[in-house]
Design a protein around this ligand. Structure first.
Ligand code: ADP
Ligand code: MG
Length: 685
């Protein structure tokens, strides 16, 4: 263990300056660098001539360039831009570098280079941006090998990173296998030391996959072990609260609702009420796809608390969502004719507003408190806290969930999530929680109509948005970027809104929303959109989480191929929340062959879990360190969908170990568990 806790400085070749750079990436010790796995691997392909290079923004290629005329350096808007054009058999390709004027002198006339990057097109122009330049002899050495790519920081190159790692691996690390031999054999798991080497410097794709599988097993195993430990600690806290009977409180309200709860909503409500009146406090996960109607259930549970004289709180991951819950709760109170103390507490409120919220929390012992992370700050003091709800819980870590609960004395806990995950896996991963699932959308909901189209369809889409807006509905248009960028291709919110305003008649109003806006600005825009003062909202993916504007019927997503399918599914969930027919238009701006195929999955189904699993299948093994599913549990390597089989195995073993609970006999295992527990923040569930 000792070698692993040595500062990174102790590794040969690491000086003070490099150490600082490493620290910036989160690497402080030898152990840190060894257990921070590559972000991805590149397999350097065979170099091809310009005419043979394929256009595919997702796949890097090696292209031969014979320098026949020198590169030019132009001063672009914000930076120098270096361009050189190569030609072969009448086919041209441009190679472009930003902020790197010095490459001009590298590219000597008459010499041949291999340029490594992704080929893009714009009109007839074929080009590569920021390609890496290799001399042919150098390239020959790496061609065909799998190279690890690490998360870096400015000044720390992948080369230095790899060199340091190799040095670290050369030390006497005293790595001890924590699993028994028969376990490794039974599941075909690679040994500890070998796996550590192979995950960084794989001999082949096969050994890489085996190494990964070993660590995925570990991650699941220790995660589950840790959870089981905390479960035995937390188990069955006594329910000390006396809530009034639900039939008296809730039944009359349900009659006043403008809709009927669906059967799964009723079942979940029943589960919640049984918990609240049971002998032990609730520890429940309420799971339901976007739009399945979780909020009303949270409201009803919190209302039971309020009507019984207790406080309750609901924590949302974003300011916008917290405010929206606040509005919704106020509306429900009006609708039901209830007088309740509803308190909003968010980070962007002024000091004065916050103080007033704190005072109200002291004053009203039956308040329903709604807010963001501000709810768990030290200054937020509760009275009588009997129930805590976390909405979109995958955005929070276990710690935050626990901190909110710690604000009261063993309050009931309800966590709500829209992460699509099959029940068998949920039972394993949320082992400390009981589970209710809303597996059906309200019947009045029409399925969303989808289309995946190219840029040629834009005009028609604007026409369609116009029609919908004039009929009283609203639309979202999503762009990947906030503002124009020279370094990244893609539509941006700022310019897109201007363009859209030209295309739409005056009476259709537009607005913008993105992460660079101040929280108050964002809130203002979201409120204007909710009030139908803005008809078309051009936004980045900030609208992804939980926002509810049932009047919105069109979701148009630009550069759709750049997003993960699961994320696109979440975005699509912003429409189809009312009774009107809704539409989702995915604009595929790439002509790469795979992109359309991937998006077609969304066309075919609205089933969140199916989409998540297809997404993974299509990405293939080389991609497994690429885009993470948005908003799932975050393991370093493991992916609950792709690695479902390993998860099942790990759960069997974790259970076996925790039943015996005899870590003392197995020192390496205990050490590894501690290592994982220490890094618990990284594992958020
Ligand atoms: P989510 O589960 O994604 O949080 P919400 O609670 O925001 O979904 O509900 C989405 C919309 O569906 C809201 O406008 C809500 O009023 C409405 N809704 C909830 N339950 C029903 C139902 N049983 N029938 C019709 N509409 C419903
Ligand atoms: Mg919600």
């Amino acid at each position: 263990m000792d070698a692993l806790t040595q500062p990174i400085r102790s590794v040969k070749g690491v000086g003070a300056k490099t150490e600082q750079l490493f620290q910036k990436t989160g690497v402080y010790t030898t152990g840190d660098i060894l257990f921070r796995f590559p972000r991805e691997y590149t397999k350097y392909p065979k170099a091809v001539e310009i005419p043979e290079a394929l256009v595919d923004t997702n796949k890097k290629q090696a292209v031969l360039l014979r320098v026949e005329s020198p590169a030019t350096v132009k001063n672009g808007k914000k930076m120098p831009v270096t361009v050189i054009t190569g030609k072969r058999a009448g086919v041209a390709m441009e190679f472009v570098w930003f902020r790197m004027p010095y490459v001009k002198s590298t590219l000597k006339n008459g010499e041949t280079f291999i340029l490594y990057g992704a080929v893009q097109t714009k009109g007839a122009r074929r080009f590569m941006e920021q390609p890496v330049i290799y001399a042919p002899e150098k390239y020959a050495q790496i061609e065909g090998t799998l190279q690890p790519v690490y998360g870096l920081t400015a000044g720390l190159s992948n080369h230095i990173y790899k060199k340091t790692l190799r040095q670290a691996l050369l030390q006497d690390l005293q790595l001890k296998e924590c699993f028994a031999k028969d376990l490794l054999e039974k599941y075909g798991l690679m040994g500890y030391e070998q796996a550590l080497y192979q995950i960084h410097f794989p001999e082949s794709m096969k050994t890489l996959l085996e190494a990964r599988r070993r660590f995925v097993f570990e991650e699941f195993f220790f995660f589950l072990l840790a959870m089981q430990k905390s479960k035995t600690q937390n188990l069955k806290k006594k329910n000390e609260f006396a809530f009034q009977p639900p039939d008296v409180l809730i039944d009359p309200l349900l009659k006043k609702l403008p809709f009927q709860l669906t059967d799964p909503q009723l079942r979940a409500l029943n589960d919640i009420q049984n918990d609240m009146h049971g002998p032990y406090v609730m520890q429940r996960l309420l799971q339901g796809d976007v739009g399945s109607g979780k909020t009303i259930l949270a409201f009803l549970a919190m209302y039971v608390a309020a009507a019984s004289g207790y406080q309750s709180a609901i924590m949302a991951p974003t300011e916008v969502l917290a405010r929206q819950h606040y509005e919704t709760y106020c509306e429900y109170c009006k609708l039901f004719g209830i007088k309740a103390h509803i308190i909003l507490l968010t980070g962007s409120m002024t000091a004065r507003q916050k103080r007033s919220a704190y005072e109200s929390m002291q004053l009203f012992k039956d308040a329903m408190v709604i807010g963001t992370h501000a709810l768990i700050q030290e200054r937020a003091v509760y009275e009588n806290l009997s129930l805590v709800v976390t909405d979109e819980q995958h955005r929070f870590g276990v710690r935050q969930r626990e901190t909110l609960a710690d604000k009261g004395i063993d309050p009931h806990v309800l966590v709500m999530s829209a992460t699509p995950i099959p029940r068998t896996l949920a039972v394993i991963l949320y082992g400390d929680l009981d589970i209710s699932v809303i597996d059906k959308l309200p019947a009045t909901r029409l399925p969303i109509k989808n289309c995946v189209v190219g840029i040629g369809y834009r005009e028609k889409s604007y026409e369609f948005i116009k029609k919908q807006a004039l009929a009283g509905h609203q639309a979202y248009v999503i762009c990947p970027l906030v503002e124009p960028s020279e370094a990244v291709e893609g539509e941006n919110v700022i310019e897109y809104e201007q363009k859209l305003r030209q295309a739409l008649p005056k009476e259709v109003t537009t607005g913008i929303l993105h992460g660079k806006m101040r929280p108050e600005q964002k809130t203002q825009v979201m409120e204007a959109f909710a009030a139908n003062e803005i008809h078309v909202l051009v936004s980045t993916t900030v609208v992804e989480v939980g926002v509810n504007v049932p009047n919105a019927t069109v979701m148009m997503i630009e550069d759709a191929q750049r997003f993960g399918l699961a994320q696109l599914h979440q975005l699509r969930g912003r429409v189809g929340r009312g009774d009107a027919q809704s539409y989702c238009i995915f604009i595929n701006t790439s002509d790469a062959p795979g992109a359309g195929e991937r998006l077609a999955v969304l066309n075919k189904t609205n089933d969140g879990f199916y989409i998540a699993s297809e997404d993974l299948k299509m990405r293939g093994p080389g991609d497994f360190f690429g885009i993470r599913q948005s908003g799932d549990m975050q393991f370093q390597l493991a992916d609950i969908y792709q690695d479902a089989e390993v998860l099942q195995l790990a759960s069997v073993e974790a259970k076996r170990y925790s039943d015996r609970l005899s870590f003392s006999e197995n020192e390496p295992l205990r050490q590894r568990l501690e290592q994982y527990l220490g890094g618990r923040d990284k594992i958020s569930i």
